[in-house]
Design a protein around this ligand. Sequence first.
Ligand code: XIL
Length: 379
Amino acid sequence: MMPLKNARGRFCGVMGLTAVLATTVAVNAQQTSQTLREAFADDFLIGAALSTRLPGGHDKVSTSMIAAQFNQVTPENCMKFGQIHPQPDRYNFTPADQLVAFAEKNKMTVVGHVLVWHNQTPDWVFENAQGKNLTRDELIARMRKHMEAVLGRYKGRIKGWDVVNEAFNGNGTMRRTKWFEIIGADLLEVAFRNAHAVDPNIELYYNDYGMTGGGKRNATVKLIEEFKAKGIRIDGVGMQGHWGLGGPSIDAIEQSIITFAKTGVKVHITELDVDVLPGRKPNRGGDLTKEQYQKEVDPYRNGLPDDMQQRLAKRYAALFGLFLKHKDKIARVTFWGASDKYSWKNNYPIRGRVNHALLFDREAKPKPAFHAVMRLKSK
Ligand code: XIL
């Protein structure tokens, strides 16, 4: 065994060794008792998306972990059109009210998600009473009324909103959604102008996935530049971080962070999770039994093995190393879910699997990935 040296380079005796070990244990204990929100307080907000029932307090273990670890929350579903405004004259504000109250109680920033999106938006939004498509003006009026009700309700209590979500295709063209079909090419402009008119003090964001690809990156930069030229407010770009262990590369993420920041907006890393499960594989012509296939696509039902925990930890450390390097450009990093128990990745893209995509496990306990992220701050 190598003789041990203490911090000043002197060789330690048995008593010295005990003292060194005691100090190490104390330092480790101190590190793990620190929380994400404390560790990154001077860098960027650290957030989590909350599933609809969480702020109601049915899972006390999870809510106390969330209150301790995060200083920002995003509603995972409860402010989406279909949930908060399910019928033309019916709003369901209860879960959203609970989320905002939970955030205030725990001194957390709230980001609204989302005003204009093609998913989780009922068909009635685009139709008249006869089931026919609305005209452009009618749909714009409906959008405005929705914004007045939802954005207006939380004025002064929500810092910013994802105004539009996922409006571009991978190649940078506009996605053919009902919103686009009826309103037309200036959909984003209309949405941002209206949101700003309803609340001139609120921050406005454009949010999308696949933002490391050239098509969406260029389309987003063009959008911001057009907005700036026309004097339309936009404060941030949300890069959804639904990423994997192997990709996108740190270089590609960095390129997008730098490119977006150059336009003068802040970058928000939204919806961060790291999928550890195999992609959607076809059952090769049915040559596997149902059980074999299940095992292949859902291999970690009984827990994530050590080597995989280490891979996840390394990936998260690389991501957070990059975020810290660009902390001057990044306003927040928001996980899509607080713990593996609540991760949508258990049901997407295949339903009913056991994924391990976040920093906290199903008991809301920190995983090796959490410690790897925290170590970046103790260096
Ligand atoms: C997901 C939620 O996590 C799920 O609970 C829901 O069933 C579907 O939507 N991009 C987004 C998020 O902007 O709103 C999506 O959230 C995930 C993909």
